[in-house]
Design a protein around this ligand. Sequence first.
Ligand SMILES: Nc1nc2c(c(=O)[nH]1)N[C@H]1C(S)=C(S)[C@@H](COP(=O)(O)O)O[C@H]1N2
Ligand SMILES: [Mo]
Length: 399
Amino acid sequence: MQFTQQRDLVFDRRTLLRASGGTAGILWLGLPRPSWGQLPESDEGWIVHTRSIPNREPTLDRLVQSWVTPTEHFYVRSHAPTPTIDADRFRLQVEGLVDEPFSISLKELRERFPKQRVTATLICAGNRREEHSEVKPVDGVPWGAGAIGNARWGGVWLADLLGKAGVKESARHVWFEGADQIEREDGVIPFGGSIPLAKAMQENRPAAQPMVAYEMNRQELTPDHGYPMRMVVPGFIGARSVKWLRRIVVSDRPSPNHYLASAYKLVTEGTDQEWKDAEPIQPFPLNSAIAVPEKDARVEPGRLTVRGYAVARGLPGLTVAKVELSSDGGKTWSSATFSDPARPFCWRLWEARTDITQMTENLIVRATDSDGHVQPASVDWNLKGYLYNAWHRKPIRVQ
Ligand SMILES: Nc1nc2c(c(=O)[nH]1)N[C@H]1C(S)=C(S)[C@@H](COP(=O)(O)O)O[C@H]1N2
Ligand SMILES: [Mo]
């Protein structure tokens, strides 16, 4: 099977400007030189982090317009250019500790297995990394709070696929591998990872199970979101929802793929031993963010309506129970209301009203889940800036 890399001649402007010391004059000869922070018209509503390797997040006001995030507003996080895949020739392999390994095309997947639907929130482990960097600089794409989205997924339960293959007694983990080609110092590798078999089988079988999805918001997946098929693992960090899924391996151990074995872990020193010993991150943490008003917005004293999102820890049975907002530095809090019911592994959009005075410097939000677990005021720093979930503080300018 041949995968051609999508070539993209548009340079990533941030990298370009950084590499050329901020001028990039020669490359923009004859064109009006773009200024910092200003994106081309087609990027309106987006923060584009990198382009040929697509990494972008919607601006927060767009993000909270609806409970289901339209695909056109959904963040994209990739580690390599989007592979171009010929779906007529593409086959997903199911192998490893199974009685009968098999491979299956998109067409067969649609025809031979019952179609399931699940609404689930995807969150990048690096969401809010930008704020984490304010504590102490960290590596990686400087995501704001927009590396999150809630979509309706359509496809096949992973458990049904594994059921067809017949999982052997000794199996404990399920590995996933994508069809992308990521250039690393040690060579070219596909993105991959694994989840515990118990999560794959969701022993108590709640409605939100891990899925091999071929639809996003009732349409075929788009190339950037994993066409022709991808994993969707409700409750786990986005990295486990492997796109361009081409191999599922049942094993007695976790995946040796870099993105499970040595990335997506909470470390502080970054020694080889520390990376090796740390546990892979799986469920996402309790989190919330203020989307509207935007950072440094000019606000008049008086009543102000504030909007945002909140998400519970990615554990079965938990939902967001409460969201509170403070406009006096955390001395007093008012409760937000929700526009949607609480659903497993889905975010909730909220709205709160608060009094703004000349003294107000920022707005602060914190969420509480149905277990009574409260979002922390601050969090420990980690080398890669993963899982930042401190109270979201948003500076505003009262005038
Ligand atoms: N094959 C492959 N799958 C992948 C990735 C990737 O780079 N390659 N990125 C992962 C990460 S880190 C996240 S957060 C989600 C993002 O999914 P999205 O781009 O559809 O929003 O995809 C995951 N699946
Ligand atoms: Mo991610």
